[in-house]
Design a protein around this ligand. Structure first.
Ligand code: SAM
Length: 151
């Protein structure tokens, strides 16, 4: 969580002048969503999750929730939002690192076109993007715990 927060705070600051939406992929118990809600201002935060099980204080309102499997909801989001996201945070994995890596490979081409030029992606897993630049980690983040990319 320390690395995740360091990466998120860096990415929020880097994209502060952008107005496009923020996408949180994977709500879990809502800790990082809660953090985003406290730190992001002036940008809507949409949450992508297949099954909501978060703390009530950290649960998005229905109209900001994109319910379903990201393999289906990300392509639908491209039709709905176009390439407008200023920041995408993904924390979709579990304990199996091999599975997480395979999943990251699968969703990378679904995530990349959603970002606006200059938009940032923060991920708990290495991503496999065609045309994004991996950025050095900010102070306080541990290598391998999070990854930051710019479109
Ligand atoms: N960042 C969250 C937090 O701080 O509380 C934790 C996220 S948790 C590790 C991963 C979440 O991703 C779970 O809630 C799980 O249901 C969701 N998830 C995993 N695979 C998914 C998929 N294919 N589509 C939608 N949600 C998925």
């Amino acid at each position: 969580m320390v690395s995740q927060r360091a990466c998120l705070d860096f990415a929020i600051a880097e994209t502060a002048a952008m107005t496009g939406p923020v996408f949180e992929l994977g709500l879990g118990n809502g800790r990082t969503y809660h953090h985003l809600r406290q730190r992001v201002s002036g940008r809507p935060i949409y949450v992508f999750e297949r099954k909501v099980a978060s703390h009530p204080d950290s649960t998005p309102p229905d109209d900001m929730l994109v319910l379903g499997d990201v393999r289906e909801t990300l392509p639908a989001a491209l039709e709905r939002f176009g390439p407008t996201a200023s920041l995408i945070h993904a924390d979709l994995g579990g304990h199996n690192l091999e599975k997480n890596d395979a999943f990251a490979r699968m969703i990378s081409p679904l995530v990349e076109p959603l970002l606006a030029p200059g938009g940032l992606m923060v991920s708990s897993d290495r991503m496999y993007f065609e045309d994004m630049t991996e950025l050095p980690l900010p102070e306080g983040a541990v290598k391998g715990r999070c990854f930051v990319y710019r479109r």
